[in-house]
Structures are given as C-alpha cells and as structure tokens.
Design a protein around this ligand. Sequence first.
Ligand code: 3H9
Length: 691
Amino acid sequence: MKVNDVVTYAVEGSIAVITVNSPPVNALSNAVRQGVASAVETAIGDPAVGAMVLICEGRTFFAGADITEFGKPPVEPTLRNLQLVVENATKPVIAAIHGTALGGGLELALVAHYRIAVPSAKCGLPEVNLGLLPGAGGTQRLPRIVGVEKALDLMTAGSPVSAKAAKEMGLIDELAIEGQLRADAIALAQRVLDEGRPLLKVRDRTEKLDEARGKPEIFADFRKANARKFRGFNAPEAIIRCVEASLDLPFDEGMTFERQLFNELQADSQSAAQRHVFFAERQAAKVDSLPADTPILPIAKVGVIGAGTMGGGIAMNFANAGIPVTLVETNEDALFRGLRIIRGNYETTAKKGKMKPEDVDTRMGLLTGSIAMEDLADCDLIIEAVFEQIDVKREVFGKLDRIAKPGAILATNTSYLDIDDIAAATSRPDSVVGLHFFSPANVMKLLEVVRTKDTKPEIIATAMKLAKTIGKIGVLVGNGYGFVGNRILAARNTQADQLILEGATPWAVDKVLYDFGFAMGHFQMRDLVGLDVGWNPKTTSSANVREILNEMGRHGQKTKGGFYDYDENRKQTPSPVAMQVIEDFAAKQGMTRRDISDAEIQDRILFAMVNEGARILDEGIASRASDIDIVWITGYGWPKYRGGPMFWADLQGLPTVLDRLKALEAAHGAAFTPSPLIERLVAQRKGFKDA
Ligand code: 3H9
C-alpha cells in the first residue's frame, strides 16, 4: 500500500514493513517524515500487526535531515515529533540499516526499539561538518549507549563508523547478512515479538552516564587535547556542552538544552558557510558544459615525469588508488632518491597505524622507476612535474608527443604557465590538460583541472572523474596566469608585501590572517613553501625584500631563516634580521613607515582577494563563485566556517564590498579598482551566488 509518494506499507505475517524510497539519499524531507509517521500510526492501529520494520530502498538508509529544508518554516511532523511517534509506539519498531545512517537518520534509528544493519553499513553523526550538532536527541542518546568519551569523539569528528564497530559499541543490536536485510529484519521483529522482548528506549538508560559522573576532567581534557583542531569553530564546543548536559540534566531537559544550542548554531553564519561548502563541493564536480554522454577514457596506467617532491607525491596518489605508475627521472640518482622518499613516506604512514604495513610493499610494487621517457609509451595518462620553466616544459611535451600512444592524455602540473603554449609544442593540443596538484600532493585535497582552448570534452570529463578516483576534489578552471588559486594568492601577496613596506610587520599581517581563521599566516606560509621557489640566483637583483632575503641565504624554514627565524624544532620567532631588511628597503624606496591597524590589514588583504576572484569569475577562468570558494578552502587553508572568499563577500553584502573597494582604491590605487562584475551585480541587487 502506498502511504504517499515516498513511503509504502506492507504487512507480512504479523510484521508491518515500512519502506522509504526518496532518492538520492532518503533525506528526512517533509514527505518522508509525514509518510513514516502515518505508516507507524497505521501499524499501531492494525490489530494484525505485532511489530514493525523501518527500512529504506536505494543506496542508503536515511542520510540525515534534508539540508535543503533548513531555514524554511518547520512542517509537521518535525523530526523530533516523528521520533516521539516511533519511540512511544506500543509495538516494537526495528530499524533496518544499509548504506549510511547519518545525522537525523541515525537519530531516528536511535528511537527505534531495536536496530539491525548489514555489515557494509556505516553509522555516524556528521552534523559538526555542517556547523551543527546532532539536534534530534543525538547528543543525549549517544552518550547513553557508547559512553561520554566515545560520544564526544564521534560527534566532534563527524566521521562514521562501520556496522561492526557500531555493534561492538552497542549502537546496533544485530548484524544482518549482506543482501538480505529485509528478511533478517523481519525475522528479528518476529523474534522480539515471540520472546515478548521489551520496548527498549535509549532515553531510559543511565549505566554509561554513571561511569562518567563526577569526572569533570573528561571534558576539560577533551577540550584541551582538541583546542587546536576546534579553533574558530562553534559547533564542537556546543556539542561538548550538550554532552555535559546529558550528565547534568534529566533526559527531557537535556533535549531542551540541545534544541536551544542547535537553533543557535543553525542561525549562525558558520553553519550557513559550512552548508554552502557541502553543496559547493558537490557542485564543483559537475561540468555544466559537458554533454551527459561524454565518454570517460580508461586510465589503467599512469606516467609521471619528475620524481621530486611534487612528482613523487603525484605518483603516490595513483599507487594509493591501485593504479600502476611509471615514474621517470633524468638520472638514476634522482630516481632512487625519489623512490626512497616515497617508501619513507609510506613507512611513516604505516608506523602511525594509518596504513597496513604490508600495503607499503604493495604500493611500492605499483611504482616502476625509469630514466627513459620511452617507457611511457603504454601510459593512458602522463603527468609532467618538471622544473617550472616554459622552455623546459615545451621540450618535455615535444618529446612526449613522439612517445605517447594515440589517445593518451598529456597533463602538466604547472602552477602558473600558459598551457596553450605548452600544448603548442605537440601535434595534439586537444589531448593536453592541466592537472595542478598542491603540495604535499599526496595529502592536499585540491586538484585544479585546467582546460585549454583545445582540450577535448572526454579529457575534461576523464580528468574530473579521475580526481574523485584518487580522493581529490577536482575543480575545473580556465587557462590563465595562476589559474584560480595562485592568481588570488598573487593578489594577496601584493598587498602583504606592500603592507610590510608601509609599516606593518610580517607577524602582524600573519596574526590578522590567523585570527581570521587561516591555518597559518601569509609569511609563515611563504617561509614553509620556500622563498626560493621560482627565484633565480643568476638574475636576482635585490629588487624586493624576498630577493634580498634569498640573496642572504634566507630561503625560509629549510634554512632556519626567512621572514622568521627557526630553531632546531622549526619553532618560529620574528626575525630582527628580516625586519631590518624590510625597513632598509622601505627607506631606499623613500617610504615613511606608519602604524597600520589590524582592520586595515584585514580589509586590504581580503578585499583584494575578493576583487581578484570577481575578475576571475568575470573572465570565465572559474565557472562559479562557489568553485573559487572550494579552491581556497581545500588548497589554501581559508577557514571552512567562513565559506570561502566569495561566500564571505556575499555575507558582507556586495554593496558594502563595492563601497570598501572604492575607498581602498582612493587610498591605495588600482589594485582595488572594483571588478566590473561587482558593479553589475550590485546594480542588479545580486550576489556572487547568483553570478
Ligand atoms: C541533520 O541530520 C540534523 C539533525 O541532527 C537534526 C535535525 C533537527 N539533505 O554526497 P553525494 C544530496 S543534518 C539533502 O554526492 P555520495 C547531495 O547534495 C544532516 N540533500 O553522494 C547530492 O545532490 P546532487 C546530517 C542531500 O554517495 C546527492 O544527495 N547528514 C543530503 O557520495 C548525492 O550526495 C549529513 O550531513 C541531505 N542530508 O554520498 C549527511 N545528503 O546529486 C550528508 C546528500 O543534487 N550527506 N544530499 O548533487 C553525505 O554525507 C553524503 O551525501 C552521503 C552520500 C554519504 C549520504
């Protein structure tokens, strides 16, 4: 029997089976909640029914509340009211879980009287990733099942656990046989019925809470241990407070407290930002301009040219995904060094317990070293990661053109150069694409996929798919200086360099960015990357502070000195030497240094970035404002809870942004001349999100 468009009701023997089918992920939308509540009430009223099973069709059990309904007026039954219907049902309810029981989905399962899951299922409360807390009783029920410490871990990390782990923790009562969840759930329901088992309610359990009573140090220690990880985010602290409340307050009062904190988080800009990031990530994977039937080319073997830091990291991504790689260097020394470093990286990972020790050899076994480019002839994809100089890259591509098999994808990892120019060194520019990895390439999530004027659609589609295969977030960008990420970085750099000459210190600039939420400051990042990247000692001419520091041998962290000084443990202190260089250079330029406020530093840096982002969008180098946000969050440490530079600008309001840019232009010149896109959007009363 159809209850509504998304819920069906059937009775088998004395068991009612309530089945939900609301693609793609059975989110708990208005229709789903209404359908389930109505079906449960039908089962309660049906004298032929003794117990009921709640199960989902499609790829997953409920993946949570429907995020698209957030901020809209609530429709009855709310999730919490649906939970009351289930929890207070006079007949046992069995939740049957496959796929991912997440957020509100797991919270709904936690009001069922029994839970069964297939071994491949996963359970989790990932609300923290959306700037929220589990708001349907999760913060009160989870500690009652798994204990306070585990509950804190699970809810603040937000990552799901396997069904097996969930069973060990008591979240799941039984494991079903894979592929026969429905039958096993019905059998469990029948057993519950036959054995007259009680209507178990998690809310009534206290034994796990009792273990933690009178131990406030649990919370103090947890806060302390995670202070760095939680810095800037509001949701983790709110979760901790709710778990404290689960100990201190009776269940219903704990629920009221949870509701209050959930509402506060939901109304907060952090959650809006993190929800924006959730959808922006998924949006970035979609290329609107490609026909849906664009073929994906098979990538069975990959070649990487260059076994340095970048090439080695790139190769690891493919080995991690089980794809064989041929790694080419110009000489054996460099090749062996590269392979040794890769092995060392894997061994470190295995030592930390993040990888099985036997996998080190398996992955190394997928890497074949060579000093002959000819060995790349059978590769489906070849990525070049050689020295960042156009002549060098063109020479490599000329050679590759002669070696690579027809149909192979030829990719460059350049971070600034013109890829059309590189492609022109081949007879097949339509097979050339940019794959811009970020250092360390085996760790950083971002992959800028750069399309040239000629790149074929199937190569773009394949590159975007490949990003997912190797666990990256691929963002399609156009071919222009620095693409998206580095071009905005260059705009930030210009302001940061100017600010330290005008009177700010590098540490003041860094503190402003750190306090804004960046993982590290601008000059700290430059010291880490190395001031000598792209610096040529042969042509250096003391033309700026960076060149002078390089000429002094101050290349950053690796030489224990750059803008900062570093001790043996790489602990940094502001460098008086660097400060002197800056002051002398400013004096030479005839500049009189002045006091610069934190507010001015923040304005100049952030508005310059936003303005550059707008230009990038206007030129079509990025196809969506949200793609720019993803690039800066996943590649450059922009705080996730601020949603990326374009989201942040929308939050300020584009009229405000335009006013600030005009004022900054008057004071500091053309870098702040507003992008025409901002002018147009303001005139149309729109934001970047509508661009
Ligand atoms: C919550 O539950 C609050 C409660 O505590 C309290 C309430 C009072 N809503 O990721 P995919 C869409 S907060 C709406 O590509 P996968 C997604 O946008 C929620 N839509 O698939 C995409 O749409 P499109 C807590 C959702 O297989 C499509 O589904 N739950 C939702 O790689 C496919 O998604 C979470 O945070 C949703 N909840 O991964 C779980 N979820 O095709 C969030 C997904 O138009 N979801 N969509 O681009 C996920 O983690 C993953 O989507 C999941 C599937 C693992 C389920």
